[in-house]
Design a protein around this ligand. Structure first.
Ligand SMILES: Nc1ncnc2c1ncn2[C@@H]1O[C@H](COP(=O)(O)OP(=O)(O)OP(=O)(O)O)[C@@H](O)[C@H]1O
Ligand SMILES: [Mg+2]
Length: 217
């Protein structure tokens, strides 16, 4: 049996988690819950989750940017071995909220570590395991941040120029990746209504894997 590895990418507030909730539910209805694995990075087995705790700990303000990038890559390595490869071997469809493109865009471009350098440490981590399909939810920076700000009101006032520059860099890195790898990365206009974004994502998944959502088209 051979599984399918699909990653979902996009800036904060693009709608990855919202879209994935719907896609996961519909796919589980179609294939059965056991045939679908939803996962998100950083995270996975208990070792990756412990690394996630270090990365997410707001007390770790002194963390160096390269340390951060290496920890993301370490968590990814463990995720690949403990979760992704076994699921693929079992023939499951993997829906993964963020993968290696996030590191290239956030650490490589926005944190200025270099996209190529971050790709190199991640190649060591993933050892060739790339998604067959990556859904990139593209959204204008300001709209993505506005969506998040309605929930996290404390962040509204912190939308300074530095933050905007950071998220512009994230977006443009994603757009460059999508241009470079059109066979793997499908760009979806995430500024549309949630229903339309979900429909476009399903169509992109169906175009790549004709057995997925087959009865909907
Ligand atoms: N197409 C849409 N139209 C309007 N609002 C949306 C749309 N998609 C998502 N939202 C809302 O935007 C907010 C952010 O969405 P969501 O959490 O799914 O984004 P995300 O890409 O997972 O972000 P993060 O990277 O921070 O996890 C949520 O409040 C969600 O309800
Ligand atoms: Mg999310």
């Amino acid at each position: 049996m051979k599984g399918k590895f699909i990653s979902f990418e996009g800036s904060d507030g693009a709608g990855k988690t919202s879209v994935l909730r719907a896609i996961r539910a519909d796919l589980e209805k179609q294939l059965g819950a056991a045939a679908v694995m939803y996962t998100r990075e950083p995270g996975g087995d208990h070792i990756s989750e412990q690394i996630r705790q270090i990365l997410m700990d707001s007390k770790n303000t002194a963390m160096d940017a390269r340390t951060e990038a290496l920890l993301f890559a370490a968590a990814r390595r463990q995720h690949v071995v403990a979760d992704l490869k076994p699921a693929l071997a079992a023939g499951k469809v993997i829906l993964c909220d963020r993968y290696v493109d996030s590191s290239i865009a956030y650490q490589g471009a926005a944190r200025h570590l270099g996209e190529q350098e971050v790709w190199q440490i991640n190649q060591f981590a993933i050892d060739g395991l790339m998604p067959e399909l990556t859904i990139y939810l593209d959204i204008p920076t300001e709209l993505g941040l506005k969506r998040i700000a309605t929930h996290r009101t404390d962040e509204v006032n912190r939308l300074d120029k530095e933050q905007l520059d950071f998220y512009h860099a994230v977006r443009h890195s994603y757009l460059r990746l999508a241009e470079k790898e059109p066979a793997r990365i499908k760009t979806i206009d995430a500024s549309q209504s949630l229903d339309q974004v979900i429909a476009d994502v399903k169509a992109a998944m169906h175009a790549k894997f004709t057995d997925l959502f087959a009865n909907e088209f």
